[in-house]
Design a protein around this ligand. Sequence first.
Ligand code: AMP
Length: 456
Amino acid sequence: MCAVVGVFGVENASQLAYYALFAMQHRGQESTGISSADGERIHLIKKRGLVTEVFHKGRLELLEGSCAIGHNRYSTAGKDSVLDAQPVFAKYKLGEISVAHNGNLSNKFEVRDRLIEKGAIFQTGMDTENIVHLIAKSSQEKLKDRIKDMLTKIEGAYCLIIQSRSKMFVVRDRFGIRPLSLGKLKNGGYIVASETCAFDLVGAEFVRDVKPGEMLTFHKNKEPKSEMIFESDPHPCAFEYIYFARPDSIIGGKTVYNMRLEMGKQLAKETPAKIDLVLPVPDSGVAAAKGYADGMGVPFEMGIVRNHYVGRTFIEPTQEIRDLKVKLKLSPIKDMIKGKSVAIVDDSLVRGTTSLQIVRMLKEAGASEVHMRIASPEIKFPCRYGIDTASKDELISAYKSVEEVCEYIGADSLGFLSIDGLKASLGDDTNYSLVSFDGNYFAGGNEETAGCSSYA
Ligand code: AMP
């Protein structure tokens, strides 16, 4: 998961990177960092915490220079060391370098083993460190050629923003699994960010998505230079549309909110229910629930109130804390629900924790029937390309049928969107990465290899 940003060719580069990271806080709340380059050296600040906690005015002022790159990190449980924060900075033969990475390398173990074999030492478990090592060890003379060399040795999902003291390089893997867009800043200069919602905040104009397999080079005041490093084979991640991206972002030319509405409408076609009301799980299920209600011709109500001061349920590592957090976060409007047959719509069901708690909550609030509807297919496989879907044994749908999951969560019925229904909602014009649903590990790795962007 994670968010990356790169700002090039403006005086207040680190300030703009800060705003962009703030707009993309939903992509990672564990740690954040910005490095800036002033032509002579790279300055770096990174820390655990939210963007607003880590950066204040005095700190940003230390990040001088007309190029800034930044990162918000979302890590798996337990990997919460500040060392795992990004960007990753290093000094090497050609000077200084800083790297921000969103994604997950599917051959990270092989690469790291080979590097360790040759005497390399590592400070963290992040695959981003592999990238820095491969660049530093390349026998090519120029940084750009070293980056290209490194790219021949890594596989999987990556959006990379790499900064030297005077240049910025941006690369997206040939599958375009994670989103990455290019924008133009009002006062000249460019911004590259994981999501277009970052452009809206800093007033940048969307130019285009970075192409799968493309490298952009930013240098001096010139237009960015584009080169295709690999042949494109686009497989954008369906989960970005389902859950991860902000609804106001545009990915692959499609507004995320509209895609979620479509998924809800399709879900109504596939799994209707006899209901009086449709409620969303706030905030993740809102757009899909609206689509489901529209499709069913039944009123949509915000019948569950969310306490916005509690973070996402996945952030806490232990199951015990996760259970409590759902209750802290969500509370039903009893008057609205009492005696009604309700459909409750969420974007996805992973371990079943949220659904179980919510069904119980709605029954306790007096609902006569509770029909759980999930606007994505059953998650049966762990993603290896940057979405934290934990290990296979934690995925309830990997081992239980729909009926068994329904019984587990205590609902009167349970319906998932089909894989074909998901494809139809997103549009048949693209091959999406559906690995969590169909187990097609097209970019390498498999269900056994350990998850997400760091390992012990
Ligand atoms: P669970 O409670 O384990 O079934 O997880 C489902 C809930 O977590 C849903 O409300 C989703 O919006 C949310 N969710 C789905 N995938 C993720 C993820 N990778 N990280 C954090 N939250 C997620």
